[in-house]
Ligand binder design. Structure first.
Ligand SMILES: Cc1ncc(COP(=O)(O)O)c(C=O)c1O
Length: 406
């Protein structure tokens, strides 16, 4: 089936909730993906921070095949080795005490918030409120959507879930304004992804940690997008030297298979009861076996060293581009292999023009071009992406000048 036929079939059968780009992705290798006609695209989005090891990574494929042959699913009514082994790998690499597995980022955050509320209710009786931050994104269940402090996601869904207050990202004074004796949890993305790539100030996270320690409030880091090696450390919290009570993972954890995880410390272990949470598919043998390959690969020093080096090179190249296009690029933000270019009103146009040149980038919104390449990306791919970006920005600059002359 060709691209046109796939798109037509989709339009006739899939509920239209996505504004998709007009390409069909059929297969991939390394940092490249291909459409049914064989046209190639360099992928700087990686399924939105999912395909960390790129496409067609043989050890991952092999592990999935072998596990599928042995056992695809067993209920959580029973014990299975892949799930248990992955939990052990994750507790070892993180220093957290226990893990709960589920299927997605939204679910991981929903469960993390529930655990914070269990803690607040069981230890203090009256604590049930959460604090979340401007520009955040935590998922699309009712609670995580409420926790997502971006109005555009709330339209036509009111009333939202009770007990969520919003503070300003990187402004500790605004936390102090909304915190009270009924607060049980604070959730924050160390680096905000969907909001447009905004990094926490280290002092901000340290201060939140102190406040949570003083008041015995559960601190949750949502590392669904910024975790799993993307910052050059396995966890973003390691970059900041601030450890939360709960960290959530999903996206890249399964290397492309759907899995989420909630990693918790002793505080949560101490109040957890049988029956608090469950999941039909959470910890599925195939997904956990795949995640094991991802976790063990990323945890290697050499792997993370490449993320740091490629990240630094990308940062340098982006700053050079910014020097050249000062009239267009207002700001460049990011860390490791997670970058945002603030280009007001032009992000979607740039995404379209880059696609025409065979490079996939993303618009976090109409003002921010977002780059989230596979973590195996190297200098060659970065040069190709930057070269195309340079051409696209030159075109836009020229069009602006001509428009100005008219
Ligand atoms: C930081 C963050 N949290 C949660 C989510 C939701 O994850 P999922 O789409 O797997 O539910 C996302 C998705 O973009 C995210 O970026």
């Amino acid at each position: 089936m060709n691209s046109k036929q796939v798109i037509q079939m989709e339009n006739e059968n899939i509920l239209a909730t996505y504004s998709r780009l007009p390409i069909v992705i059929k297969n991939g290798k390394g940092c490249m993906v291909y459409d049914p006609e064989g046209k190639s695209y360099l992928d700087f989005v990686a399924g939105i921070a999912v395909n960390l090891l790129g496409y067609g990574y043989q050890p991952l494929i092999q592990a999935i095949i072998e596990q599928a042959q042995e056992l695809i699913h067993a209920s959580n009514l029973y014990y299975t080795l892949p799930q248990t082994q992955l939990a052990k790998d994750l507790t070892q690499v993180s220093g957290f005490d226990r893990v709960f597995f589920n299927n997605s980022g939204a679910e991981a955050n929903e469960i993390a918030l529930k655990m914070a509320r269990f803690y607040g209710r069981r230890k203090y009786g009256n604590r049930y409120k959460f604090i979340t931050f401007s520009q955040s994104f935590h998922g699309r269940t009712f609670l995580t959507l409420t926790a997502t402090a971006q109005e555009k996601f709330h339209h036509d869904l009111e009333p939202l879930v009770n007990g969520v207050s919003y503070a300003e990202f990187n402004r500790i004074e605004s936390v102090m304004k909304v915190i009270d004796d009924e607060t049980c949890g604070i959730i924050v993305e160390p680096i905000q992804g969907e909001g447009g790539i905004f990094c926490s100030d280290p002092s901000f996270l340290h201060q939140i940690r102190e406040i949570c320690n003083e008041r015995d409030i559960i601190l949750i880091f949502d590392e669904v997008q910024c975790g799993m090696g993307r910052t050059g450390k396995f966890f973003a919290f390691e970059r900041y030297g601030v450890k939360p009570d709960i960290v959530t993972l999903a996206k890249g954890l399964g290397g492309g298979l759907p899995i989420g995880a909630v990693l918790v410390n002793e505080k949560i272990v101490s109040i957890t009861r049988k029956g608090d949470q469950g999941s039909t598919f959470g910890g599925n043998p195939v997904c956990t076996k795949a995640a094991q390959v991802v976790v063990r690969t990323i945890a290697q020093d050499d792997f993370l060293k490449n993320v740091v080096e490629s990240g630094e090179y990308l940062q340098q190249q982006l700053h050079q581009i910014q020097q050249k296009f000062r009239d267009l690029i207002q700001e460049i933000r990011g860390i490791g292999l997670m970058w945002g270019l603030q280009i007001p009103g032009k992000a979607k146009l740039i995404v379209e023009k880059m696609l025409e040149k065979g490079v996939i980038v993303n618009a976090a919104n109409d003002d921010v071009v977002r780059l989230l390449p596979p973590l195996i990306v190297g200098k060659k791919e970065i040069d190709q992406m930057v070269h195309s970006l340079d051409e696209v920005l030159l075109d836009i600059q020229f069009t602006n000048k001509v428009a100005g002359l008219k």
